[in-house]
Ligand binder design. Structure first.
Ligand code: ADE
Ligand code: ZN
Length: 326
């Protein structure tokens, strides 16, 4: 069997997916229309023109604007269900889904509206497609620590539905240290900590995420490659890295997929996984991320099997649930 044949059918897990980043233009148009909200695109062609990014901030500005049309519980359900339907097509059997409550509560949408819509889709996906999922509540790092504390408070009635807390949005100038106290408090509440680090920011931010936020997994982490000592530590401590190849090229953190460091990271012994990040914006869901890497980096069947294995091993499933997939 070739690596390409293998990846198309094998059961796999996705560990880095922003649900707001799976918002396809067609669904955005539909929800905008029923909620009577203006969006700056008349056609799919306009959308494609707008989705040309030169860095993370460029993308974030458009991503937050897109999320503005999400108002009602049904909108969050539709958004999440569309992602699960894609998972079912690709045999993604486990997904760890990030959501950004502040993107919505800042606009006056209740925390409960967001999570109830997502939760209803999760339950249906489990029942209909046999897809398991976990939720990662991400704090927006361009906002204040106080704001993150407020979000933590809002989440507490729904603690049983949320596995982990994350840190996303504009990385440069917003180091993990800014959120040390809210992560401490989140861990006390029982949340598992993760954080985006080393996507655009320096290796120093990865050290901070490890030492100050006590993270259990790093989102992206590519920039660890500038620091051999850090690489050694990540290997030794078996820290999972959720790498997002098509995101990295779309946001110009990597100039071309042929130069993506995924294979190098694997060769160094880093615990890398493949993920889609914001697939509606970056041109591919999970399987396409694998396919692009297999083709560009000439990954072997063995290497792809290892990446898929990592996707379950470094998930937050219980050891017992992992056994079902490994
Ligand atoms: N929010 C959504 N996608 C993101 C990314 N790739 N980096 C930081 N924040 C994000
Ligand atoms: Zn991300």
């Amino acid at each position: 069997m070739t690596a390409l044949e293998y990846i198309k059918q094998v059961p796999k897990a996705e560990l880095h997916l922003h649900i707001e980043g799976s918002f396809e233009p067609e669904l955005m148009f539909e929800i905008a229309q029923r909620n009577k909200i203006e969006i700056p695109y008349a056609t799919i062609e306009d959308v494609n023109k707008a989705y040309q990014f030169s860095n993370l901030q460029d993308f974030l500005d458009i991503y937050y604007a897109g999320a503005n049309v999400l108002i009602h519980e049904q909108d969050f359900y539709d958004l999440t269900m569309a992602y699960f339907k894609q998972c079912a097509k690709e045999n993604v059997l486990h997904a760890e889904i990030m959501f950004d409550p502040q993107t919505h509560t800042k606009r006056g949408v209740e925390f409960s509206t967001v999570i109830n819509g997502i939760q209803r889709a999760r339950e249906e996906a489990e029942k209909e497609f046999g897809i398991s999922s976990l939720l990662i509540m991400s704090y927006l790092r361009h906002l204040s620590e106080e704001d993150a504390f407020e979000t933590l408070q809002q989440s507490l009635p729904y603690k049983h539905l949320i596995k982990a807390v994350g840190l996303d949005s504009s990385e440069k100038g917003n180091p993990p240290s800014k959120f040390q106290r809210v992560f401490e408090a989140s861990i006390k509440e029982g949340y598992v900590p993760v954080a985006h680090a080393g996507e655009e920011g320096p290796a120093e931010y990865i050290y901070e995420a490890l030492d100050l936020l006590k993270i259990a997994r790093i989102d992206h982490g590519n920039n660890c490659l500038t620091d051999p000592k850090l690489v050694e530590r990540l290997v030794q401590e078996k820290i999972g890295l959720t790498v997002c190849p098509l995101s990295n090229t779309a946001l110009r953190n990597v100039d071309h997929i042929d130069n993506h460091p995924l294979k190098k990271m694997l060769d160094l012994g880093l615990k890398v996984t493949v993920n889609s990040d914001d697939p509606a914006y970056f041109g591919g869901y999970l399987t396409q991320n694998y396919i692009s890497c297999i083709e560009a980096l000439d990954l072997s069947l063995q290497e792809v099997k290892q990446l898929v294995r990592h996707s379950f091993e470094y998930s937050f499933l219980s050891e017992q649930d992992k056994e079902k997939f490994l």
